[in-house]
Design a protein around this ligand. Structure first.
Ligand code: DGT
Ligand code: CA
Ligand code: CA
Ligand code: ZN
Length: 573
């Protein structure tokens, strides 16, 4: 399906919202709103108009600039400027916009005057009576906001990938009970391994479609059945999560999987290649005239437009189609490329397992090494290590390593980066370690410039190896602190330091686009779990997923190295 007018007007409208939140020139904001309205009320589709060579600047309110933007949206499915602006706006602010009664003006006021950046902070501000004090709000509005927030809870919220997995697993298990079901696949953003998922898109091949549907809508966790047909249905779970189900015939499986895996922008790009070859590509197959010439597998679909198979994690229309055409797709990092984990805690601080238990678990995973990196003294709630206790742990690890077979524990620390950029433990003890992981846990509210300089100053310490969870965000719970990652990446590369992809599914810090930025700038990254228990070491696969979304290859990852190579790379002096 080509880009619809509603897609274009939607992007323009959101663009206006973001500009307004940012406090941009009102004329500019209004231009986007007008354009949005103009496009949505057109009797014909802008895609068609462009295709037949019409000049969009003939339309009221559409100048050269906006016409160019419409063209970009039609051709690529998105607008680079919009994506950039979205990236710059704290994600919480766009969420605030979804609360009934909060427009961009009010969101801006809340943000400017009360520092509100998330729903949680809005609730807090409303509860404590701060919202009513603002110009143009008042007590009534404050009450209304609290009511809306209550109603809003659970709806329209993107869930973390790990939660999506748990919910998907039970539904898939449940659907397997239907006779004749062949394949069940969860497609959509879930299959692309996005860090958060809006809804689940489940694809089933089965002869008896109606039976699958019947079972689906009777799932025990259903709050509401939104729609039910013979080949498609949508339900809402009690948690508020939407689940779409499609039943497709075997011959269409690959085409349907491709379609419902998305992303939409990727699909549009692939479909456009089809158009050039006079092929129609949709969820039922690839068609030449009325003949289906492909569709059983995804590979067939790609091959019809002269592309090799493209991994789901890359399908965001961020250059993957062009790379596929040039034969320069990355060979994505895989779980089995990893030879160890470089961030883990034990009972010595806030972990739950002993050194020995952690070592055994690492060995069972086929790792060559595991770095033990407990907290430093500053993190007193976790009973962080001071120099004396760390020295003792170093000794214990040395002794344990003598006994251990096929696994080596690396002596490390997760040392706090203090407010002034010094490290929380003296060089004399850091010098004794194999790996020094550094992180920010306190004084998170510094300005962007101060925070960036603080971390760079820390990297000047010759024992600094890996910058852990570089933005400090918690997905859906805590905004990242302000930091200029481009400068950090550059500084790390110059000094022989590394950044971490923290694989904890609540963090996934770095983001996919920052992973890619690091790669493009030539910096290698560690994928680490930050495990606080033996079980947490399983988180590694979320880190791998994130790395794959960032186009990373084995060579881009520090812990694909052998122990010997790794040690060499960790020696800065
Ligand atoms: P989400 O659910 O927001 O995390 O993201 P997705 O990518 O799972 O999006 P969703 O659930 O709306 O749709 C699933 C896939 O179906 C999407 O990735 C691509 C495909 N799709 C949905 N609507 C359209 C459309 O209008 N055009 C095209 N080409 N594909 C679509
Ligand atoms: Ca989805
Ligand atoms: Ca969906
Ligand atoms: Zn940690």
């Amino acid at each position: 399906m080509p880009v619809q007018n509603s897609d274009v007007s939607d992007i323009f409208n959101k663009m206006a919202d973001l500009l307004e939140i940012e406090g941009a020139n009102p004329f500019r904001v209004r231009a986007y709103r007008n354009a949005s309205r103009a496009v949505s009320s057109l009797p014909r589709s802008v895609s068609d108009m462009l295709e037949s060579g019409e000049d969009l600047t003939d339309l009221p309110g559409i100048g050269k600039d906006l016409a160019g933007k419409i063209k970009e949206i039609v051709e690529t499915g998105s607008l680079a400027l919009f994506e950039e602006l979205k990236g710059k706006t704290p994600s919480g602010l766009s969420q605030l916009m979804k609360v009934e009664g909060l427009g961009p003006k009010r969101v801006r006021a809340l943000n400017r005057n009360l520092g509100v950046t998330s729903l949680k902070e809005l609730e807090e501000a409303a509860r404590t009576g701060k919202v009513r004090e603002l110009d143009g709000f008042g007590e009534k509005t404050e009450q209304k906001i609290l009511e809306e927030l209550e109603a809003y809870e659970g709806i329209e919220k993107r869930i973390k990938l790990i939660e999506a997995e748990q919910r998907a697993r039970s539904i898939v298990e449940y659907l397997k009970g239907v006779k004749g079901v062949k394949k069940i696949t969860v497609a959509g953003s879930y299959r692309r391994r996005k860090e958060t998922v809006g809804d689940l898109d489940i694809l089933v091949t089965c002869k008896r479609g109606a039976q699958v549907m019947e079972r689906f809508v009777n799932y025990e966790d259903v709050k509401k059945v939104v729609s039910q047909g013979n080949t498609r249905a949508t339900i809402i779970l009690r948690s508020g999560l939407h689940v779409d189900l499609r039943v497709v015939p075997q011959v269409s499986y690959g085409a349907a999987l491709h379609y419902f895996t998305g992303s939409k922008a990727h699909n549009i790009a692939v479909r456009k290649l089809g158009v050039k070859k006079n092929l129609k590509i949709n969820e039922y197959g690839v068609f030449k005239g009325d003949d289906r010439i492909a569709g059983k597998t995804e590979k067939e679909v790609y091959n019809q437009v002269d592309l090799p198979y493209i991994e789901p994690e890359l399908r965001e229309n961020r250059g993957e189609v062009e790379a596929a055409q040039k034969g320069s797709l990355p060979r994505l990092i895989d779980l089995k490329d990893l030879r160890g984990d470089l961030h883990a805690h034990t009972k010595a601080t806030d972990g739950h397992a002993t050194l020995e238990e952690m070592a055994e678990s690492a060995k069972a995973r086929g790792y060559e090494y595991l770095a033990i990196t407990d907290h430093s003294r500053k993190v007193s709630i976790a009973h962080g290590l001071d120099a004396r206790r760390l020295a003792r742990q170093i000794q214990e690890i040395d002794q344990l390593n003598e006994k251990l077979r096929d696994i080596v524990l690396l002596k490390g620390i997760e040392v706090d980066i203090l407010k002034d950029g010094t490290l929380d433990l003296p060089d004399a003890v850091l010098k004794e370690l194999d790996v020094v992981v550094c992180s920010v846990h306190y004084h998170r509210r510094l300005s962007r410039r101060k925070m960036t300089e603080r971390v760079i100053r820390a990297m000047d310490n010759p024992y600094f190896n890996i910058f852990a969870h570089p933005t400090g965000r918690l997905i859906n719970d805590r905004e990242p602190y302000q930091i200029d990652l481009e400068r950090i990446i550059e500084a790390a590369r110059e000094r022989g330091c590394f950044l971490e992809i923290n694989a904890n599914p609540d963090r996934l810090d770095l983001s996919d686009s920052h992973c890619r930025m690091a790669k493009d700038m030539g910096l290698k990254l560690a994928i680490s779990t930050d495990a606080h228990s033996v079980a947490d070491m399983d988180f590694i696969r979320y880190g791998v997923d994130q790395a794959r979304r960032g186009w990373l290859e084995p060579d881009d990852i520090l812990n694909t190295r052998s122990l010997k190579q790794l040690k060499k790379m960790l020696k800065r002096t």
